[in-house]
Write a protein that binds this ligand. Structure first.
Ligand SMILES: Cc1cc2nc3c(=O)[nH]c(=O)nc-3n(C[C@H](O)[C@H](O)[C@H](O)COP(=O)(O)OP(=O)(O)OC[C@H]3O[C@@H](n4cnc5c(N)ncnc54)[C@H](O)[C@@H]3O)c2cc1C
Length: 360
């Protein structure tokens, strides 16, 4: 009898699993992909789409089509809970899917539950991105919450879109830490200068406590007016793993070993933002790691199903980030190094287009 492998979420690592399945199918394995949208939007191109440099089609992968080409059944649903001991997955609509092996690549969330009923929007899961960004970039005082790579990049891209289309208004950015926290101070300061030079108003070390329809209130008692709030604070976990009783870290991300297997369950695998590696708990929630985990995940799923030994994933020490800053300029960060130029954007554009070509 054939075995059933469930892939949950169409994140970076699962895109790679699908791609490799095109070249090497798994015998006697029935594979299903469960994800809530027909498309996977690529965050590396969010800034370019926001500014108006890329089209919708350039920014996304049609996963229904990709699954069909690889002989994988695509099920458009959102997973809610795992019954790990019963080998079952339950979806939001109550549908139940049995499995022999299951793998998660469902990304992270960003909007804290306290603000679920407010006007604040989050682009995660990422199929919300296009609708929300198209709405907010038209408004006169969009407020970005979060000063990390995603927040600064989208603030700059919305500002660039406004300039390009001669739309009045000013982007605002508020963050509970410094700009680009975790980077050396000269890099944070350089990015802050750049944001301000572009006309973006910045509040650092101030936490949003209330979100009202036309303003937010901070822990300093300041009121900041807005015409829309986009929440890009730090990565939060989906509740699925807590709900299922599998071992999680303090934020609710599934704990995995170096083989990308869950603690206590050899037949549960995970990759990308939704997991924390027990041996590398400090690893940032970044697409670059999800991409590198893809080939190891494919090998390990295949080997687990055929009883072969599994391999370990070991993350690279430093990852390179290039943030788009508008008008085709890039802000490249590699460890303590930083470089802001048109050349850096060209490198980013090349990397992102090559990534998409592999899956589109
Ligand atoms: C504006 C912006 C720019 C960024 N730029 C970069 C960058 O340049 N480099 C970088 O390394 N990182 C970047 N990041 C971070 C990066 O987006 C994430 O780290 C990355 O997307 C995580 O990939 P993933 O594979 O874990 O999941 P995702 O890419 O988030 O994919 C998750 C998938 O799972 C699906 N899903 C979600 N929940 C469920 C569920 N319950 N059931 C079934 N399916 C589900 C989603 O629809 C989606 O298909 C950026 C983030 C943002 C917001």
């Amino acid at each position: 009898m054939s075995k059933r492998l469930l892939l949950v979420g169409a994140g970076h690592a699962h895109l790679e699993v699908l791609r490799q399945l095109k070249e090497e199918s798994m015998n006697d394995v029935d594979i299903c992909l469960i994800s809530p949208s027909d498309y996977q939007y690529y965050s590396g191109m969010f800034s370019g789409y926001t500014e108006g440099l890329y089209s919708k089609e350039e920014t996304r992968v049609n996963i229904r089509k990709l699954a069909k080409e690889t002989g994988v059944h695509f099920i458009r649903k959102m997973a809610k809970k795992i019954l790990p001991d019963h080998h079952k997955l339950i979806c939001m609509d109550g549908a139940v899917y049995p499995f022999d092996v299951i793998s998660f690549d469902i990304g992270s969330r960003s909007l804290p539950p306290d603000f679920f009923n407010s006007v604040a929007k989050s682009i995660k899961p990422n199929y919300h991105f296009i609708d929300y960004i198209e709405e907010i970039r038209q408004t006169s005082q969009p407020l970005i919450v979060g000063g990390g790579a995603a927040g600064t990049e989208l603030a700059l891209s919305i500002q660039a879109y406004k300039e390009r289309n001669r739309l009045p208004g000013q982007v605002r950015l508020i963050t509970s830490e410094t700009i680009l926290p975790g980077s050396p101070s000269w890099i944070s300061n350089k990015m802050k200068d750049l944001l301000m030079k572009k006309g973006i108003q910045v509040w650092e070390n101030e936490r949003v406590q209330e979100v009202e329809d036309h303003y937010i209130k901070t822990d300093f008692g300041n009121k900041v007016r807005h015409t829309g709030v986009l929440w890009l604070g730090g990565a939060l976990s989906d509740q699925i793993f807590r709900r299922s009783g599998t071992e999680v870290d303090e934020k609710g991300f599934a704990l995995v070993r170096s083989t990308l297997q869950f603690h206590n369950y050899d037949y549960l695998f995970g990759a990308g933002d939704c997991v924390t590696m027990s041996d590398h708990p400090e690893l940032p929630k970044s697409g670059v790691y999800a991409v590198k985990q893809g080939p190891v995940l494919f090998e390990n799923l295949k080997n687990y199903l055929t009883g072969e030994p599994l391999t370990d994933y070991s993350p690279q020490k430093n990852a390179m980030y290039i943030l788009s800053t508008g008008r085709k300029k890039g802000f490249l960060i590699y460890g303590p190094l930083v470089h802001h130029s048109h050349r850096a954007w060209k490198v980013k554009n090349k990397i992102d287009r090559e990534f998409m070509e592999k899956y589109q």
